[in-house]
Design a protein around this ligand. Structure first.
Ligand SMILES: [Zn+2]
Ligand SMILES: [Zn+2]
Length: 345
């Protein structure tokens, strides 16, 4: 094994650099993997374009990955060299106020417990992630598919919050990777009808392939009116917002029927204010729920859903790129030319 490797570093909004750095060595409890695939993510794109509160540059970049164990530190017993593995990008402390109350996604130690740097040839996985959120990849699952463990774990938590009842009509705003995974999860949870609101026709076609019953493009006019027209004027039983603008957050509440649950999945830039119609929220008993990140349970569930084929992510992988193409790949994502790309270092 050589001593150095290539890895992409994030230096600030709009600035990435491919660097030659030492290959990490595992300390006690840690594992080092050779990255098989690292998938691009909307969060990386946001950080690259405008900075992000969780990103403290300069720092190694990328957080979704799957690969092969090449070295294990002292005391690691669950994993061996040569095994194919994947993991979430963090693991909770298990001891803080929120962890003790069953909300590990809000762990007070989270910021220090992220693992960055998957756009690299090798990755060190810290002990807390090895212990809690790293798993062997089921046979038949490619590295690129297994790398979806993290974004799918977020989608699973979101669908839990949506509390879909059998026969519900679910409206999903957004036809990016999250929206496309949530169609499949909503169906698995018993939704009779899934309506996807997006923009580009190509994405909406993929949404149909993955189970959407109706697709609406905001380019064709008022999506709120269209969802109401499809639901006898009521609005959707459950609405999931996964598009990421103040307008789509408002739209999500507007297309919710009385007593609906609205889950606000996508984060907006810091300081964003969104206004809602108080009459609708109060007299119609609308439940607005934010959702963030994932839990060890949803991480494990995500891998089971990928391994069983219940969630198909192949149509979400628009192509394969090298480490030197990460910046260009993120720009292609920004222009909606691709859904996600698999970086093969
Ligand atoms: Zn991600
Ligand atoms: Zn905690």
């Amino acid at each position: 094994m050589a001593d150095t490797m290539q890895g992409v570093f994030f230096l600030g909004a709009g600035q990435l650099e491919l660097r030659e750095v030492p290959i990490p060595q595992p300390a006690a409890g840690e594992v080092v993997v050779k990255v098989g695939a690292a998938t691009t993510c909307g969060t990386d794109l946001k950080a690259y374009k405008r900075g992000h509160k969780l990103f403290k540059p300069p720092m190694p970049f990328g957080h979704e990955w799957a690969g092969t164990v090449v070295a294990v530190g002292k005391g690691v017993t669950r994993f061996r060299e040569g095994e194919r593995v994947t993991a979430a990008n963090s693991a909770p402390c298990g001891a803080c106020y929120y962890c003790r109350r069953g909300k590990p996604q809000l762990c007070l130690e989270l910021e220090a417990r992220f693992n960055w740097g998957t756009y690299a040839q090798y990755l060190r996985v810290p002990a807390h992630i090895v212990d809690i959120n790293m798993h062997k990849i089921p046979d038949g699952l490619s590295f690129a598919e297994a790398a979806f463990i993290e974004p799918l774990a977020c989608a699973v938590l979101c669908i839990d919050y949506a509390a879909i009842a059998l026969g519900d009509t679910v409206a999903i705003i957004g036809s990016g990777a999250q929206g496309l995974m949530q169609i499949q999860l909503a169906k698995a949870r018993g939704a009779a009808r899934v309506i996807v609101v997006g923009r580009g026709r190509g994405r909406l076609e993929v949404a149909r392939q993955l189970g959407a019953d109706e697709t609406l493009s905001t380019l064709d006019g008022d999506a709120v009116a269209a969802v109401k027209a499809l639901t006898d004027g009521r609005g959707a039983d459950v609405v999931i917002e996964a598009a990421g603008s103040a307008e789509t957050w408002q739209m999500a509440a507007q297309m919710a029927r009385p007593a609906a649950t609205v889950v606000l999945f996508s984060g907006l830039p810091g300081g964003t204010q969104v206004s809602f119609d108080a009459t609708h929220l109060h007299y119609d008993e609308i439940a607005l729920k934010g959702v963030f990140h994932h839990t060890p349970r949803t991480v494990e569930q995500a891998l089971q859903l990928l391994g069983s084929g219940q969630v198909n992510v192949k149509p979400l992988i628009s192509g394969t790129i090298s480490l030197s193409e990460v910046e260009e790949g993120l720009n292609r994502m920004a222009r909606s030319e691709v859904i996600k790309l698999a970086v093969q270092p």
